[in-house]
Design a protein around this ligand. Sequence first.
Ligand code: SAH
Length: 396
Amino acid sequence: MSDLKNIEIEVGAPTSSDGTSVSGVSSNGVTTKTNLMGLDREAMEAYFASIGEKSFRASQVMKWIHQLGVSDFTQMTNLSKTLRANLTEDAHISVPEIISDNLSEDGTRKWLLQVPGKSAIEMVFIPEESRGTLCVSSQVGCTLNCSFCATGKQGYNRDLTTAEIIGQVWIAKHLLAEQYQTDKRIVSNVVMMGMGEPLMNFNHVVSAMRIMQDDFCFGLSKRRITLSTAGVVPKIDELKQACPVSLAVSLHAPNDDLRNVLVPLNRKYNIQMLLDACNRYVADSQRARITFEYVMLEGVNDELEHAHQLAALMKTVPGKVNLIPFNPFDGIEYKRSSNSRINRFRDILHHKGVIVTVRKTRGDDIDAACGQLAGDVMDKTRRAEKFRQSLVEKIQ
Ligand code: SAH
């Protein structure tokens, strides 16, 4: 695209064992120092206790890191000189390296970030009139292999650390402040809808979401954080206890036969089990609603009967439906439903009393739309190779 702004940033700093870049490392390029970027309040207080310091140090340091964007202990002027020197010795504050930074014509901005394991992940910022949404990755690749998702086709390498997850928010906050030249909050919402299945990396994702909510860090309310899942049922119950943020569920099909094909996880946790978990999730909240994502695939899940089946399901759970026009990528045979089919589907749901919206496609000129986030995954499964092989066979 002609008016795309491409900013390339050099990569090359050594990395720490928890997956972030750091200076002052041992000869093999790996440090055993603690990365304070990845510590939520409980972990930060435990860290300061372990070095003989009082717990209020946790608030001070979290504020320096996340609110003020300071990653150099010597600049933390309300800590004693001795403590600053000790922290420099014992800890570091590091985030993933930026490999590329692209701005779409519609203002969507996508970053490719390098993480150890010869891989890269993607994150996307979507500006709108009334809010700015950051879409964050939780894994390098994904294990679930949904049949229409680019991330799934890349295979899976590993889970991201807490530092790598919250580091995405940290990077975006500070780069967007430069771009928009304001101290006002630009990232008003975070969605865990980037690469990976967040509930398959539960502990790190929960810690990162706690840091997002902490008043000394990003101060986002739980309603402004949305976790999207393909339906890892037992973890939905755990999430309610650990960190009850807004929930989005990738439904994509209104019956088990079809969902088994599109979202293979359905063979383990079927639609009824999933909807039961959703009802438990919102059981004691009058206002809470679950968002059900439904990708529109021409001739696959966009027929009249599918709309009627979906409307019937929606009578059993407090939720709304978000129709996502399918975003195609190389080598995939699915096609996006036409606008008229999407509108017809929407109207049926609407007439049946279901709250329904159609997601506006953003950032597709820079491959930043839903399901196009592929990063660069050093696959540890054989899946990416099999997908490549099937493409070769098709061409021959
Ligand atoms: N694993 C989580 C998080 C991914 S969120 C989940 O499944 O919810 C990304 C959303 O985009 C999901 O709803 C996903 O199903 C959807 N998606 C994936 N590939 C897509 C594509 N090619 N076009 C449109 N939406 C897609």
